[in-house]
Ligand binder design. Sequence first.
Ligand code: COI
Length: 354
Amino acid sequence: MQISVTKAKDLKPKPDESKLGFGNLFTDHIFNMDYNPDKGWHHPRIEPYAPIVMDPATMVLHYGQAVFEGLKGYRTASGKIQLFRAKDNFARMNRSCNLLCIPELDTDLLLEALKALLKVEKDWVPKAEGTSLYIRPTVIATDPYLGVRASKTYRYFVILSPVGAYYAAGFNPVKIWITKNHVRAVRGGIGEAKTPANYAASLLAGDRATKNGYAQVLWLDGVEQKYVEEVGSMNIFFVIKDELITPMLNGSILPGITRDSVIALAKHWKIKVSERKISIDEVIDSHRSGKLQEIFGSGTAAVISPVGEMKYCDEIMKVGDAKVGPLANRFFKALTDIQYGKAEDPMGWMETVC
Ligand code: COI
């Protein structure tokens, strides 16, 4: 399929790279493509970034039928732009599409389109240490219709945002709140899909966490509220007695690409790593007995995010003297060195765009 390109006439000024936050600035162009039952996915095009005009009855606005992805473009010291595991993000998007009754997309075309968009927007990939171009592919249901069913038409789009650290704390330990009063997802639902509903479900608890001085919520399973699941913007890892543990994927946890990369690196380094059920009681016991060495999160936006404190009921668990732990540090350095082209890429994860 031919991707058409219409260039923007007026380009926005580029931001001060030392002041980049997360997700508040957008580049000059967007990639768009549409779906209908007759033509399938069609009309791939790069256009000037602009608001999406839609009928107030558009289904995504009412029933949330949408999926999205998050990945990043990185600038290397020699000025090249590279992507990290982009094919894995697009494969995961198709798995999310299946769960949301959205027609799958051709992942080769998505990669080609992303590379074409990045070539148009290459000057937006920041150079400063710790910065990158966050990429947000999204699919939305576009039928103007109020009955509850899957839409027949869809829009796929990709927007780009130059970013710095996701957490205001940067690469410093964050504080996490654990609650039994809210659940994010249940098995058999859509917890493992990257879909807006899961994020909407996290907002009230997230707000309560913030009011209590905590950056994020650590979710427990939605059935027994006993087993640790994920943080919502990242997957979670514990180091207990030199074993690296992360909750096994069970249908209600997002299968993070960074999570998978941490596991792969740990195996490569011959670190004992387990994907298994881990209960909050096990975490508390290991903390009380001094066996809990580290906690950190992993995610595209968050990269590796050390956790310095967790609160569960009235128990406050301080981890690692509020310092970045050695394993979190090792994974952060290894991943970012690969992503920014400072180190060998033993797993073949990187792809050069231009
Ligand atoms: C990501 O890490 O890409 C995410 O999607 C997390 C969040 C910003 C929604």
